[in-house]
Design a protein around this ligand. Structure first.
Ligand SMILES: Nc1ncnc2c1ncn2[C@@H]1O[C@H](COP(=O)(O)OP(=O)(O)OP(=O)(O)O)[C@@H](O)[C@H]1O
Length: 229
């Protein structure tokens, strides 16, 4: 039985007074990996922001990891975000502290108190992204790809029901993009649900998966062509 984690029906997204995407019908189930594509300015980030409560849904219906986006209150947003893992193009690690401290900071801010449990959780997520031995380093001592892996580890800390990755390879060279993509593929294989906005078509071809496109103020599924023999 599919378990829905995200459902939008007849949803319309605005930036201020201007409509960005209209009449969106979209669903994701547990375990899915879905790409969100579209050219610059087509609304990918606005779509993502609506999902994590940075833009409020004013028209239509939306349900995400147990929250109703149409009636979401300011006070619900931190709780919604605890059930989501969010990964950005620019990593957003705190530069003044080590990887371990970055991860500990998030755990403490989300209610973790037990020192041993915190240490263990940090080790587990670093292991998942192949960075187990790098926890003592500061972000500036890591390459872009390594910093993004730490950002993915951070997104995994509270065992999210859905990971939203907005252009996670946007700042990385092609080879490093593939390495980060391998990490995302691996965690998806292990059961994590991922929505990834990208305009890196090389990744789409190398790792085909369900793809939806923002274009002309609409969101629709596109079928990837299989390579001609
Ligand atoms: N804070 C804002 N206030 C007003 N309009 C905005 C704001 N952010 C984005 N927009 C507008 O909303 C539309 C969609 O932008 P959005 O950033 O969602 O697109 P995108 O597909 O993510 O683009 P990119 O790939 O460049 O990030 C654009 O027309 C943009 O100018």
């Amino acid at each position: 039985m599919p378990e829905p984690v995200l459902q939008l029906s007849d949803a319309t997204i605005y930036q201020g007074d201007s409509m960005v995407l209209q009449h969106i019908n979209f669903e994701m189930n547990k375990g899915d990996f879905v790409y969100l594509i579209g050219k610059t300015g087509s609304g990918k980030s606005s779509f993502m922001k609506t999902l994590y409560g940075d833009l409020l849904l004013k028209e239509g219906n939306g349900h995400i990891v147990g929250y109703d986006l149409a009636t979401l209150k300011e006070k619900d947003i931190p709780f919604l975000r605890r059930k989501l893992g969010i990964v950005f193009q620019d990593f957003k690690l705190l530069p003044d502290r080590t990887v371990n401290s970055n991860l500990e900071f998030v755990l403490k801010a989300t209610g973790w108190k037990d020192k041993a449990a915190i240490g263990q959780r940090i080790e587990t997520v670093l292991n998942k992204v192949g960075m187990k031995t790098q926890g003592f380093k500061f972000p500036h001592e890591l390459s872009g790809g390594e910093q993004q892996r730490i950002a993915i580890a951070r997104a995994l800390l509270n065992d999210p029901e859905l990971i939203l990755a907005d252009e996670p390879t946007g700042n990385l060279d092609p080879q490093t993009s593939i390495e980060v993509m391998e990490v995302l593929q691996e965690i998806n294989k292990n059961g994590n649900t991922i929505l990834m906005a990208t305009h890196d078509y090389a990744l789409l071809l190398k790792y085909p998966s369900k793809t939806v496109k923002c274009d002309d103020n609409r969101v629709f599924e596109v079928v990837q062509r299989t390579q001609a023999k």
